[in-house]
Design a protein around this ligand. Structure first.
Ligand SMILES: Nc1nc2c(c(=O)[nH]1)N[C@H]1C(S)=C(S)[C@@H](COP(=O)(O)O)O[C@H]1N2
Ligand SMILES: [Mo]
Length: 517
């Protein structure tokens, strides 16, 4: 059956268009799922765009006709629209290449406009549709070319026709199967994320029983360019091993305290929220941060002291580590004595900067321990605390070349070096410095090979947060090297010798070169 009637060719070109549409949507859904960005889904974006622009009387009419099935009716209508467009694009590309591609791009632009104008969208929301359209265009192009090859080969005899036919059908079948599997899987994930996000957004966190002391007005220097005291949840750095961020239903979440304990403890999310919660500002940091890097952020956390939960379980003598486990299998090993310290606010956090933890930062519950790098303490999506020993257990990163213990090293960073508005005027050099749980006592700046000059420090919020600093420099013209170093409250100055992040944190002075006109 290698003969090709014009009708059959049109049918196949329409099917190629449908496949291109399917691939576009499948890729877009998959990328939205990987980015934990359900608002990036073109189906969702266009659907919600239609709901917004449809006139009120029409909405009333649709609801009157379809009742609670109104959303389904919308998606059926959208599905028909996509189908018609895809068929048209496929036929167009076959008959008038490259106009099918142009039409696909135009549809893509409209979909992206719909997506990025949604209230839930952010700067990255256009990416899934964009990449999806590129993928769809490639399939449209290749599929149409193979179809041309097949139809052209029909004239060269049955053998050649059979080969080209197989080439087309294999490509078509394999791509269809892949797109269906990826698309359905990703759509299910996005739907799940949307559902959890809806619950998350509706969640009202209780007020802290132990609020933190008011932040001193002098904790921010108000100098443009210096990292703001509090990192927003949107810009807070994110580090994890999760290819697909765990999306946890808070209603079914449970935390177990097990291992070397007198009695196992289990707690639900509702029970956790009902406990007296503590609010505390902590600068969290990644051990992988290079000197001058930005894998560090500061937030106000709301949570229940881990020490209280551990006390309830009653750690047995001989235990010296708590292995916290994430729902995705990641683990961190934290010294038991650190978690039990009375004056260290190690929290099972539920809130970040006044809202429930964002999904990618550990919703519904994560750990935050002041003074330790994230990889040994800050387990997101935490579901189990096992009281154990360093001799018996290891956190995820320890067998991978990172130290079992991870106290944060004192560090300082230059964020801004603002040249004067008038030539010869002072230059503001500023940034942040941190030595979590010890506190920053002094920050100094060195120009070229000169002496160290003490910078002005912003007021400290506590020893657990970074401090802004600024130094006014009467800069002579020319090229200069500006270096910064910090000293913690124990009087220990950060090391000058450069040390890479592995195995237990980078060291060295952050140095910036500048040309003063
Ligand atoms: N479940 C889980 N929790 C995790 C990690 C991870 O890979 N998986 N990474 C840790 C590391 S290395 C760091 S630095 C912090 C980062 O937290 P953030 O992404 O909220 O900034 O999370 C920690 N918690
Ligand atoms: Mo990290």
């Amino acid at each position: 059956m290698t003969g090709m009637t014009p009708r059959r060719v049109t049918l196949w070109s329409a099917l190629v268009g449908m496949l291109a549409g399917l691939v576009t949507l499948a890729i877009a859904e998959a990328i939205a799922a990987i980015m934990v960005l359900p608002s990036g889904s073109p189906l969702f974006g266009v659907g919600s765009f239609v709901i917004d622009i449809v006139p009120g009387w029409f909405k009333t009419f649709v609801i009157a006709v379809f009742g609670t099935g109104d959303k389904i009716a919308l998606f059926v209508a959208l599905g028909i629209l996509v189908l018609v467009l895809a068929v048209g694009i496929g036929i167009l590309q076959y008959r008038r290449s490259p106009w099918g591609l142009v039409a696909l791009a135009a549809v893509g632009v409209v979909a992206i406009l719909a997506v990025v104008t949604r209230a839930e969208s952010n700067a990255l929301s256009s990416i899934p549709t964009l990449v999806g359209v590129v993928g769809g265009a490639i399939v449209l192009r290749i599929g149409t070319d193979r179809l041309h090859r097949w139809t052209a080969a029909v004239a060269s005899g049955p053998e050649r026709a059979a080969v080209t036919r197989r080439g087309f059908l294999v490509m078509f079948g394999a791509t269809t199967a892949g797109a269906v599997v990826v698309g359905l899987g990703a759509r299910a994930m996005n739907a799940g994320t949307t559902a959890v996000n809806t619950v998350r957004e509706a969640l009202k966190l209780p007020a802290p029983t132990t609020p933190m002391a008011p932040v001193p007005a002098g904790a921010s220097l108000g100098i443009p360019g210096i990292t703001s005291l509090i990192s927003s949840n949107e810009t807070f750095y994110r580090i994890d091993t999760a290819l697909q961020v765990p999306v946890i239903d808070a209603d079914t979440w449970k935390l177990k305290v097990t291992g070397m304990v007198e009695r196992e403890v289990e707690i639900s999310f509702a029970e956790l929220l009902a406990l007296p919660l503590t609010e505390h500002m902590v600068t969290l940091m990644c051990v992988s941060n290079e000197v001058g890097g930005n894998l560090v952020g500061n937030a106000t956390w709301l949570g229940y002291p881990i020490r209280e939960l551990l006390r309830q379980a009653g750690p047995l003598a001989g235990a010296d580590m708590v292995l916290s486990t994430s729902i995705d299998g990641f683990t961190a090993g934290t010294p038991l004595d650190v978690l039990l310290e009375e004056d260290r606010q190690s929290l099972l956090a539920v809130g970040m900067n006044g809202v429930p933890l964002p999904i990618e930062h550990g919703f519904p519950v994560r750990m935050v321990v002041p003074g330790l790098y994230g990889y040994v303490s800050a387990t997101k999506w935490v579901v189990e605390l096992t009281v154990t020993t360093f001799a018996d257990d290891m956190g995820y990163w320890t067998p991978r070349g990172w130290s079992a213990l991870g106290p944060v090293k004192t560090a300082s960073r230059i964020d801004v070096l603002r040249t004067p508005d008038v030539p010869g005027g002072p230059v503001a050099v500023g940034g942040v410095a941190w030595a979590q749980h010890r506190g920053i006592e002094r920050v100094e700046v060195r120009i070229d090979d000169g002496a160290w000059h003490e910078a002005t420090l912003a007021d400290a919020v506590s020893t657990d947060t970074w401090r802004q600093w600024v130094y006014e420099w009467d800069a002579p013209s020319g090229n200069h090297l500006v270096a910064v170093r910090a000293t913690d409250a124990n009087g220990d100055t950060q090391g000058e010798t450069r040390v890479p992040p592995a195995p237990n944190g980078s060291e060295g002075y952050h140095t910036v070169s500048v040309t003063i006109p």
